[in-house]
Design a protein around this ligand. Structure first.
Ligand code: SF4
Length: 444
């Protein structure tokens, strides 16, 4: 079997520099379009649904054979392999293509990670997304859109997509006895602007019309920018003929927690674990696969929040699987302090990196946990680009030629309140955490 891919969007031709090299940013590098980074070429795979255990096992082996042996799962649930060379990348692509891993290479459509497998959900988001992909495959829209454009289809299950930002959001809602899709644009569930509701049967047409509206605004247009500059008029007009009923009030869902045990419709269980700081050695993942096999598992799903769900587990064997995952160093508890630390690839893996983010991350997580500082998020950014977390964080530590800059309640691009050496970081973080009002530390 070969990888199933929808048409590849035309690569963004605009070179955007990084680390003195001419690198293409904002491009999702599929197997055929690896992206140069500081440690060679990077390939990003967006799997469609579950990957059989044997195929994932082999993918990890190929990452070690052709790359640097580290796999990453991104905040949006893509898999990345680094350290490929110009010679090994095509061989990697050829060998991965034989694994039968269904992957997406058009406009990213994110669905609930257990869509079609879990018993909850108002609609089957997996089936809906498959139909939408078929519709989009018949058009050439992807080539006219920013490679960063994405769509979320939330079928209404417990593992919602509220925290995942997207240009176009469709969320199943129940209105009296009717299932509707609530359509919104430009953000996560809290920040996106609602346009109204469409019938489930009109959801694909509405999405295509909204993507058309985005394409008319240019190759780099993003929904949130259009909403901020011009409001929602163009989007509203695009789907006006499909809207029905009043705008339903937004629902506040509990944050989706993928880590832990989930019951599946077929009576088996899924168990979610997370990769510390979003990456893991391929050999550790191979061991994890062995554990999943012993627990009766059938596959894995790479999911948002840098998580991995083992599916098809025997309910009685889930605790053994989780215990072995913990022993291997994976995150198996929702309150693990490592989950609060986000680290980009940094030095030496990224040519722009001024700070060894990954090497520092475990220590920073430990310090923050010991201080009981209540930081919601600490972002370690190798440079001011802030790739791993463009949003604000409670504390951002950003690498620069001058040292490690500390930014309070801001992003990697904001001005730091202090710049210290790597060795000086523990004291600087402690001082900031102890400040009666953390604002004081910005001037201390
Ligand atoms: S933020 Fe990190 S990954 Fe992004 S360019 Fe800078 S060092 Fe590289």
């Amino acid at each position: 079997m070969r990888v199933t891919c929808l048409p590849t969007p035309t690569p963004d031709p605009s070179p955007q520099g990084g680390g003195g090299q001419t690198l293409r940013r904002g491009v999702c590098p599929g197997l055929s379009a690896p992206l140069p980074t500081g440690d060679g070429l990077l390939v990003r795979i967006r799997p469609l649904g579950a990957i059989p255990l044997a195929a994932f096992d082999e993918l990890c082996a190929l990452a070690a054979k052709h790359g640097n042996g580290v796999l990453e799962i991104t905040a949006r649930g893509s898999i990345q392999v680094r350290g490929l060379s110009a010679a090994s990348a095509p061989r990697f692509a050829d060998e991965v293509a034989m694994l039968g891993i269904a992957a997406e290479d058009g406009v990213p459509i994110l669905i609930n990670p257990l869509a079609g497998l879990a018993a909850d959900g108002i609609i089957d988001a997996a089936a809906f997304a498959a139909e939408l992909r078929r519709v989009l495959a018949r058009r050439s829209l992807a080539a006219k859109l920013s490679p960063k454009i994405s769509v979320t289809i939330d079928g209404g299950g417990a593992l919602n997509l509220d925290a995942v930002a997207a240009d176009i959001r469709l969320r199943a809602r129940l209105s009296q006895s009717d299932a509707l899709l609530q359509v919104s644009v430009g953000g996560d569930a809290a920040s996106a602007v609602p346009l109204g509701n469409v019938a489930v049967g009109d959801g694909a047409a509405a999405t295509v019309r909204l993507l058309d509206a985005l394409a008319k605004c240019g190759r780099h247009a993003r929904a949130r920018d259009i909403v901020a500059a011009e409001g929602i008029a163009a989007f509203h007009a695009a789907i006006a003929g499909l809207l029905r009923g009043e705008i339903l009030p937004s629902v506040t869902s509990h944050p989706a927690e993928l880590i832990g045990t989930h019951r599946l419709r077929d009576g088996s269980s899924a168990c979610g674990i997370a990769l510390p700081f979003g990456h893991a050695d391929a050999s550790l993942l191979n061991c994890l696969i062995r554990s999943a096999e012993q627990a009766g598992g059938s596959g894995v799903i790479a999911a948002p929040g840098r998580t991995l769900l083992a599916i098809g587990l025997l309910p009685a064997a889930v605790s053994d699987f989780a215990a072995q995952a913990k022993q291997l160093g994976f995150i198996t508890r929702a309150d693990d302090p490592r989950r609060r630390v986000i680290a980009c690839a940094g030095a030496p893996f990224c040519a722009s990196g001024q700070m060894a983010t990954r090497a520092m991350a475990p220590r920073i997580a430990e310090i923050a946990a010991r201080l009981h500082a209540g930081f919601t998020t600490i972002h370690l950014s190798g440079c001011a680009k802030g790739c791993a977390h463009p949003q604000k964080a409670a504390l951002t530590i950003v690498g620069s030629p001058a040292g490690c800059g500390l930014v309070a309640d801001g992003s990697a691009q904001d001005a730091p309140f202090a710049v210290v050496t790597t060795d000086g970081l523990p004291a600087a973080i402690a001082k900031y955490a102890r400040a009666p009002k953390r604002r004081e530390a910005r001037h201390g």
